[in-house]
Design a protein around this ligand. Structure first.
Ligand SMILES: [Zn+2]
Length: 451
């Protein structure tokens, strides 16, 4: 009997191999702890280790003990649960283990009480000093963390060794063999930002690009003429909370009270996506949003009031909600807080994400102080031109990525846009080979049929 996608192990769901294989990877019963290889780390409950077999990877525990993943004929054993490691990344459960540099609940509450009364220039100056003097945390790596990528490649290696085959076909990450995807998203912070949104829309449309604009329901006067214009021009509207504060995630009661208001605002906007104000979040509640997708979780962002990250360059499911992590440093972080005068970091990040076949998601703002400033807008134009030149980069709307991720995950008849990539061993390393560009696999049997 076939499992529904949501019942499959989380990592199997991410890779979507045509023929999943059994691995011996049971979790232990103790508390989760960090395990380290030479290149990466993961948080798991260490379990029992097989005594025999060839060692394929070593994992160091904090107490110095070394655990081994082994292969013995076709049996691969891993001393922890691979999907548990994945879930601990993407649900940010690792935060409980490292306590990132964040404000406490009480400090955050106070900050938001007084924030409205502090001039914006003072707020920015303070954050700028903090951003430039703070040392980046050890984990997740910033601006790029490839933990989930390394875990997925290790998982693919285990499947390859367990099956004995030279290659493992899996549902490629992006439609029609595209190498990577890129989406442009904007959070509109105020009335002036909404007026300036039209300028950004012009710049993007001139280059054949479209983006999303996320609007706050009850924080500034909304010019519905502009909203309608953006929609008619093919831009996406999204929700950016009811109030631009942390109130929705400050308590369960607030969350439940604001949810119907959010649904009503989404209906009015024709929106299916949500980004939380200032990316405040309780990850486990995001699954209950009345939305098709959320984009509040950073891939890695130590600069937000709630720092952290899911370490993933791919979308993932939180219940029925598709999470689209934002994966580039925010405009405000890069150009205002850190004072960069070039797009070098953005450019390198997109190139790295292409290399890793992930989703590049840009989070910027049309408002004054952000891309509303001429110098920063000029950098954005340079970035748009750079993006347009990239080949093999799929450039859809965010809602189209969410739709695609469901299609790729679906148990139904294989969508003609789904093409098969291949994982293959190259020496000790696993490489993910994309399908030929533009290809699809309408002729291939459905997912899991070979198992
Ligand atoms: Zn915002």
């Amino acid at each position: 009997m076939k499992n529904l996608p949501s019942q499959r192990p989380a990592l199997e769901r991410l890779l979507a191999p045509l023929a999943p294989r059994e691995l011996d990877d049971s979790p232990g019963s103790g508390d989760p702890e960090w395990l380290f290889t030479d290149a990466w780390r993961l948080l798991v409950r260490p379990g029992a280790e097989q005594a025999s077999g060839e060692v394929i990877e070593k994992f160091r525990r904090p107490n110095g003990e070394v655990l081994h993943a082994r292969v013995d004929s076709d049996n691969v054993s891993v001393p922890f649960d691979l999907s548990e490691a994945y879930v601990n990344y993407v649900r940010e459960r690792w935060r409980e283990a490292v306590r990132p540099r964040a404000l406490s609940e009480g400090q955050l509450g106070l900050y938001y009480k007084v924030k409205r009364f502090i001039p914006r220039s003072v707020q920015t100056a303070t954050r700028r000093v903090l951003a430039r003097t703070q040392k980046n945390p050890e984990f997740p790596n910033w601006p790029l963390d490839d933990s989930v990528h390394r875990l997925l490649r290790f998982y693919a290696k285990c499947l390859l060794l367990a099956g004995g085959g030279a290659q493992l076909p899996f549902r490629w990450f992006w439609p029609e063999g595209q190498h990577a995807a890129l989406i442009l998203t904007h959070d509109v912070e105020g009335e002036a930002g909404l007026r300036l949104a039209v300028d950004l829309a012009d710049l993007e449309e001139e280059r054949g690009l479209r983006s999303s604009f996320n609007i706050v329901a009850d924080w500034y006067p909304i010019d519905w003429g502009i909203v309608d214009e953006l929609r008619h021009r093919g831009f996406e509207l999204g929700t950016h909370g009811i109030h631009h504060d942390r109130s929705m995630f400050a308590s369960r009661e607030n969350f439940e009270a604001q949810r119907p208001q959010l649904a009503a605002m989404a209906e009015r906007l024709g929106a299916v996506g949500f980004r939380s104000p200032a990316t405040h979040r309780v990850v486990d509640w995001l699954a209950e949003l009345p939305m098709e997708y959320d984009c509040s979780i950073p891939h890695s962002d130590p600069f937000e009031p709630q720092p952290g990250g899911c370490c993933s360059l791919w979308p993932f499911f939180l219940g029925d909600v598709v999470e689209l992590p934002y994966t580039l440093p925010q405009d405000h972080t890069l150009f205002t807080l850190l004072g960069h005068k070039s797009i070098d970091v953005w450019r390198a990040q997109v190139e790295d994400i292409e290399e890793l076949n992930g989703l590049a998601q840009v989070l910027s703002h049309p408002d004054p102080g952000y891309l509303g400033d001429p110098d920063k807008r000029a950098l954005y134009v340079e970035f748009l031109d750079f993006v347009c030149e990239r080949e093999g980069l799929w450039r859809p709307l965010p809602r189209e990525v969410a739709d695609w991720w469901r299609v790729r995950d679906s148990e139904d008849e294989l969508d003609p846009r789904v093409a098969l990539g291949r994982a293959r061993l190259d020496g000790d390393a696993v490489v993910f080979e994309p399908p030929a560009h533009g290809s699809s696999t309408a002729e291939t049997s459905a997912y899991g049929a070979a198992s």
